[in-house]
Design a protein around this ligand. Structure first.
Ligand code: AMP
Ligand code: ZN
Length: 139
């Protein structure tokens, strides 16, 4: 897509700090890292979000995430890695080209705010009703 920044990276029109590349997938360093090693994995095909991406591209990205996660563990002594993927401006997706964030943590890093939400028991009746609404739409 012409005005998509990640498509421009795939084409080589703008630079990136590449971590991995194959026929379908590119992985590169995030330029606003929230941790050392913060990496993005994208499909080379322009596709916006989880509602649009093909199973083939999604599988390819997640197979590459295994490689990158292992490399992070070896290279950075990561003791944990958060995988984050945002869909839609309502959840703050900023770049509208599907991407998976890999955010590694070292043993002495502070907790990531986005992974340390408070656990509060929900209303089981509401939980079941909502889950059953979702289940009834699964195709
Ligand atoms: P989001 O759409 O909110 O999941 O995040 C988009 C991410 O893309 C942000 O973390 C940005 O720092 C990152 N980003 C935007 N432009 C570039 C770029 N040219 N190279 C690397 N990362 C980028
Ligand atoms: Zn794109």
């Amino acid at each position: 897509m012409a005005d998509c920044i990640f498509c421009k990276i795939v084409k080589g029109d703008i630079p990136c700090t590449k971590v991995y590349e194959d026929e379908k997938v590119l992985a590169f360093a995030d330029i606003n890292p929230i941790a050392d090693g913060h990496t993005l994995i994208i499909p080379k095909n322009h596709t916006e979000n989880i509602w649009e991406i093909s199973g083939e591209d999604l599988s390819a990205i997640h197979l590459v995430s295994i490689k990158v996660a292992k490399a992070m563990k070896a290279a950075l002594n990561s003791v944990g890695i958060a995988l984050l993927q945002l869909n839609g401006s309502a959840v703050n997706q900023v770049v509208m080209h599907y991407h998976l964030h890999l955010i590694p943590r070292r043993a002495d890093d502070p907790k990531l705010a986005l992974t340390s939400w408070e656990l509060k028991p929900g209303d089981m009746k509401a939980i079941e009703e909502i889950a059953s609404k979702i289940a009834s739409e699964i195709k």
